[in-house]
Design a binder for this molecule. Structure first.
Ligand SMILES: [Zn+2]
Ligand SMILES: [Zn+2]
Length: 290
């Protein structure tokens, strides 16, 4: 029997509409994400990864060695869909912040730069920075744009590959599927176990309760957390060693938790506080200072 795939973007979009009523002060940001998620959802619905081209055994071996399941070269992107999404999200960004991306983006995939860009995002490399510079684009905005354009493709792969990975024994600070740093965490309702969320492929994986996902520091003296405005369900976990933070939603303390992508938007006030205190979060976010 064909498994019914979860409609991650559909759920997020419904919750964003509800959130606009609950937090009207976030309307502008939520409008922006709503438009971007709609474009991403279209791509997600039109794209099916071809797993026959993937050497699953090789990926499993890689994973058992502690490396992410996928390498950028494993991923086949539909260039037309990618191109269109890049253009759509680019247009959405320009409608808010024209100066951030001064040049039209269409030629990327035609130039076969798509593979290079994906390699930069998953494994690091110079192409992304070089392109942003050539285009006189704001690097953070450009990075956000490109990651958002890849996200639905990675999500499609991850959805099919998660069954090959033991998400509760990986215990690393990066995504077991694509190797990206987490955006936000949740503490499980029953046990309080901590799950991290990948902003690119939307995988959730188990991580140690008392350790920093960014530098793996587990010295209790330099790890702490704080709340804002007495909201005990949402907290900021900080590491004094690497000066980074991650927001955490405690499901033991709330009944109306949302999809973690939407929780991340709902709690942008926490990012401002963490920033002010001198901590840095994950990289895939547009509405953060610096
Ligand atoms: Zn991932
Ligand atoms: Zn740390």
């Amino acid at each position: 029997m064909e498994k019914v795939e979860e409609d991650f973007y559909g759920l997020a979009l419904t919750q964003i509409v509800e959130l606009k009523t609950a937090k009207p002060e976030l309307k502008e940001i939520l409008d922006f994400y709503e438009a971007a998620l709609k474009a991403q959802r279209q791509v997600k619905l039109s794209f099916q990864p071809d797993l026959n081209k993937l050497d699953i055994e090789l990926c499993r071996k890689r994973s058992s060695k502690g490396l992410p399941f996928l390498k950028s070269s494993d991923i086949q992107i539909d260039l037309d869909l990618f191109d269109k999404l890049l253009e759509d999200i680019g247009r959405i960004i320009r409608s808010k912040k024209k100066e951030a991306i001064p040049v039209t983006l269409k030629r990327f995939s035609l130039d076969k730069q798509c593979a290079l860009l994906l390699r930069d995002i998953l494994e690091e490399g110079p192409a992304l920075e070089k392109l942003a510079c050539e285009m006189k684009a704001d690097f953070r905005v450009f990075y956000f744009l490109v990651t958002q354009a890849f996200s639905p493709f990675l999500q499609s792969y991850a959805q099919k590959l998660r069954e090959f990975v033991d998400l509760s024994s990986w215990l690393k600070g990066v995504c077991p599927i694509c190797g990206t740093e987490p955006m936000i965490a949740r503490l499980e309702e029953e046990t309080g176990r901590r799950w991290l969320f990948c902003p690119l492929c939307h995988t959730e994986w188990l991580f140690k309760r008392l350790a920093c996902p960014f530098c793996e520091n587990d010295d209790h003296e330099s790890l702490r957390y704080f709340f804002v405005e007495n909201d005990q369900a949402h907290r900021i976990d900080v590491c004094d060693k690497c000066k980074r933070y991650i927001k955490t939603i405690d499901l033991r303390k709330t009944d109306n938790a949302m999809n973690l992508l939407v929780e991340n938007l709902s709690t942008l006030a926490l990012d401002i506080v963490a920033d002010r205190e001198g901590f840095r979060g994950g990289d895939v976010s547009l509405f953060r200072e610096k």
